[in-house]
Design a protein around this ligand. Structure first.
Ligand SMILES: Nc1ncnc2c1ncn2[C@@H]1O[C@H](COP(=O)(O)OP(=O)(O)OP(=O)(O)O)[C@@H](O)[C@H]1O
Length: 228
């Protein structure tokens, strides 16, 4: 599903955010990406989304070398990835339903598909009863569940979550994790960058640790490995 081969990313200021890393992630895996601040986690995610280009190396996503594709293919690549951020990034003037529907509208999905898939996505995150609410009428956990519904509504093969529980209290964070795990069990590959020691330690999933742009640990059923 995801293959990085000898990938280096050096920014214009000479910082090597990633230094010759090779990683394989299979379809359906659940992977935590951990490591100290500045280790290269966000850069890794940005490379997959083609927000930044590698300085060298190859990145294969769904069998396609995305370092070689033409820029007009970038929207097509992004469509195969759902993304969830720490700060939710919902549109404040749209309802919950409209926020999720918007992710389908911008890719030109037919109206009848939107009418069918948005309620399914909202049901998946347990928010069918909040479809007409606005983001500011929701708790942080509910807002994050809306952003998860938006991320999965186009049925992406890969869900990337960048510190998705960072703004949530522990109980709410666990609710969100249960939903992400359920999505993973349905077959979606999950890559989650996090500093949440408790969650990583309890979930016993694959853990890839980055430090100074290098993979220092890659364990099945791993632990966070740093002080919380
Ligand atoms: N646009 C940029 N230009 C120059 N240097 C950058 C840029 N973005 C990131 N860096 C540097 O690259 C390194 C890796 O940063 P990155 O954001 O990938 O780390 P991170 O592991 O996501 O950190 P955090 O846990 O704080 O989010 C850092 O030294 C950072 O300062």
């Amino acid at each position: 599903m995801i293959e990085l081969m000898n990938v280096t990313k050096e920014y214009n200021n000479g910082v090597k955010a990633l230094n010759n890393i090779s990683i394989n992630i299979d379809k359906g895996e659940f992977v935590f990406l951990v490591g100290p601040s500045g280790a290269g986690k966000s850069t890794f995610i940005k490379l997959l989304l083609k927000e930044v280009e590698p300085s060298s190396g190859r990145i294969i996503l769904n069998g396609q070398d995305i370092t070689k594709v033409k820029s007009r293919m970038i929207p097509h690549i992004r469509r195969s990835i759902g993304v969830v951020f720490q700060d939710f990034r919902l549109l404040p003037n749209k309802t919950v339903y409209e926020n999720v529907a918007f992710a389908m509208e911008i890719i030109g999905a037919p109206y009848k598909n939107i009418r069918r898939q948005v309620p399914m996505a909202l049901s998946m995150v347990g928010l069918s009863n909040k479809a007409d609410s606005y983001p500011n009428q929701l708790s942080g956990g509910e807002q994050q569940r809306v952003s998860i519904a938006r991320a999965i509504v186009n049925n992406p093969g890969l869900l990337i979550a960048d510190e998705p529980t960072g703004n949530l209290d522990p109980d709410t964070a666990w609710e969100v994790m249960k939903i992400i795990r359920r999505i993973n069990r349905r077959g979606t590959t999950v890559l989650m960058a996090t500093h949440a020691k408790d969650i990583v330690d309890v979930m016993k999933q694959r853990v890839i640790a980055l430090e100074k742009g290098q993979v220092v640990r890659d364990e099945q059923r791993g632990v966070y490995g740093y002080e919380g």
